[in-house]
Design a protein around this ligand. Structure first.
Ligand code: CA
Length: 234
């Protein structure tokens, strides 16, 4: 068990940091020809692989996908909920223009100290604004400071029971046309378990059901990695 952006995060064995349902050989092929993983991110991935919670790190192809989304949307102001050891924030920050910024929310000093080392190594430290503390409180402060509709892009990858609360807050913080990306929305396939009793699975099931009918956004749930939902604010 580990603590992440806003509460207890139960490590989930099926929370694979690679795309589900493809062979090892095909995954290796994608890594070889389809993902230009920067050397600094490869080193971060290898360092993170040595800690028990390494499954919380996103897959290399997902890092490349987030970076591509930032490039495609021309995002400059980003939010991340759940930073862990920094793979996704480094990937996003590398894709941002020089004046781009990413606010990183996490509760762990220990893990974000690893992230901070890699932000330095990647030359993106000046783009990163790390806020240690429960993410809901950090996001509430940003809203109280009048930052509604001033962000372009948000990535949510933290404690699953907190997702809905993070989603509601970042949906206000991103501008109309801005993008909210949510990770682990298929939860290793456990979203299909109708009799699930654990809080994480139930929270993701409820959020997926809510998003399906959420008229405030246009929506796409991609079966990439562990399920990546794109919700674009209307
Ligand atoms: Ca994740």
């Amino acid at each position: 068990m580990a603590v992440r952006a806003g509460g207890l995060h139960h490590y989930h064995a099926a929370m694979a940091n690679r795309t589900m349902g493809i062979s090892d050989e095909l995954a290796a092929y994608v890594a070889e020809v389809g993902t230009r993983e920067p050397e600094v991110l490869a080193r971060l991935r290898e360092e993170t692989a040595t800690i028990p919670q390494h499954g919380m790190q996103i897959a290399p192809e997902e890092g490349a996908f987030l970076a591509m989304l930032v490039e495609l949307t021309g995002a400059r102001r980003c939010i991340e909920v759940g930073t862990f050891t920094g793979y996704s924030s480094t990937a996003v920050a590398l894709a941002l223009p020089e004046d781009g910024r990413i606010v990183c929310c996490d509760v762990s000093e220990e893990w974000t100290s690893v992230a901070a080392r890699y932000w330095d190594e990647a030359g993106v430290a000046a783009k990163v604004d790390l806020r240690i503390g429960p993410a809901a409180e950090t996001l509430d402060r940003m809203l109280a400071d009048g930052e509604d509709a001033t962000y372009d892009f948000a990535f949510i990858d933290a404690d699953k029971a907190g997702y809905d609360g993070y989603y509601e807050r970042v949906l206000r913080l991103v501008r109309p046309g801005g993008l909210v990306v949510l990770d682990n929305m298929l939860w290793g396939g456990d979203v299909l378990k109708r009799d699930a009793t654990d809080a994480d699975t139930r929270a993701l099931q409820a959020l997926n059901a809510k998003l399906a009918g959420d008229e405030r956004v246009s929506l796409c749930l991609l079966p990439v990695a562990d399920g990546v939902t794109l919700a674009r604010r209307r």
